[in-house]
Design a binder for this molecule. Structure first.
Ligand SMILES: Cc1ncc(COP(=O)(O)O)c(C=O)c1O
Length: 349
């Protein structure tokens, strides 16, 4: 996509935090990365990244994967055998955007609790669990999303996660975290990544969302699980060769781009503050996502997106009356000011 509008203004791309381009420092790290064949386990940069991420989350091992979807789906296949059941919320990425992979590749059925974003009631989840037996589909895994994508970047409170861990332990069911944006939760709530790590059997974490790497996610867990994960990854076509070039971007992102997420949260808060008077903020903004509910607005989501695009501001349409703006490292403060002016002008018209 071109970077400018026809009239020469810079495009402000608020559709997602996946649209970032590698910084010069990141490109330099990629260009100079030491590499080897990772399917042979011989890429030193991949091995270093995996060890680093495992340590940060207090787990034994981690596995580099091409995408967050693959990392999630490998984890689910580790936790639930074919014919068993996954519980998650109705808006979860794993059942909304991963193309039915749990069923298609893992033979896993999914049952959902109503979409409440990060506002999970552990008793509701506990009440859904089915025990092992020959008469009903056994629940083997629960997945939560931190932060919650369709839940407007909401952060699941630590107490809720602890309660869910107890629910999972009592029922001997595994707990997975889709932590594509767990870094944002860590920065927003100040919860150490290892504290999150200790609560889950497996986590998937992404380097290619707010952290700004071009590619890469990891599955994190116990050493025996990650050994099995390596087999599943290969089966799914995710074995990469000189992947150190990509892992180097991830290592750079971890070193330089975690703490700065606070800036993206501040930018999202500024956007939210600007649009709040129009009554279109779907949920309070906690991190870098700004979810819009346009039910009471004079125009629907496609119309708002089209009007904004005509002025060089790109936003995502999620439904007829729902849209989203996402802040990230490639939108400067001045661009946020311009985007806020543009969106509020359209909403006022
Ligand atoms: C919460 C969440 N999980 C998983 C993913 C999947 O990541 P990928 O696009 O790398 O497959 C995304 C992507 O945006 C996401 O938002």
């Amino acid at each position: 996509m071109a970077d400018h509008t026809e009239s020469g203004d810079m495009l402000i791309d608020l559709r997602s935090d996946t649209v970032t381009r590698p910084t010069p420092g990141m490109r330099e790290a990629m260009a100079t990365a030491e590499v080897g064949d990772d399917v042979y386990g011989e890429d030193p940069t991949v091995n270093a990244l995996e060890a680093e991420v495992a340590a940060v989350f207090g787990h034994e091992a981690a596995l580099f994967c091409p995408s967050g979807s693959m990392a999630n789906q490998i984890a689910l296949q580790l936790l639930a055998p074919p014919g068993a059941e996954l519980l998650c919320d109705a808006d979860a990425h794993v059942v909304t955007y991963e193309m039915g992979a749990a069923a298609a590749y893992g033979g896993i059925t999914s049952r959902t609790w109503p979409a409440v974003g990060a506002d999970i009631d552990p008793d509701v989840v506990a009440g859904m669990i089915r025990p092992d037996g020959y008469w009903a589909v056994p629940t083997r895994a629960i997945a939560v999303e931190q932060t919650h994508n369709r839940g407007g970047g909401g952060v699941i409170p630590l107490d809720t996660l602890r309660a869910l861990r107890q629910v999972a332990d009592a029922a001997q069911v595994a707990l997975h975290c889709d932590g594509a944006r767990i870094w944002h939760a860590h920065v927003a709530d100040g919860v150490p990544l290892a504290t999150y790590g200790a609560l889950f059997d497996t986590l998937s974490v992404c380097l290619s969302k707010g952290l700004g790497a071009p590619v890469g996610s990891l599955v994190v867990g116990a050493a025996d699980k990650i050994e099995r994960a390596r087999v599943i990854r290969k089966r799914m076509g995710g074995g990469l060769r000189q992947a150190g070039i990509l892992a180097a971007a991830g290592r750079y992102a971890l070193a330089h781009h975690v703490d700065r997420l606070a800036e993206d949260h501040a930018k999202a808060a500024r956007l939210a503050e600007a649009i709040a008077p129009f009554g279109v903020l779907a949920t309070p903004v906690r991190t870098n996502l700004v979810p819009l509910d346009l039910t009471k607005a004079p125009l629907d989501a496609p119309a708002l997106a089209a009007a904004a695009r005509a002025e060089g501001v790109l936003i995502s349409v999620l439904g007829p009356h729902t849209a989203r703006m996402v802040t990230h490292m490639d939108v400067a403060d001045s661009a946020i000011t311009r985007a806020a002016t543009t969106i509020t002008r359209i909403l006022r018209a």
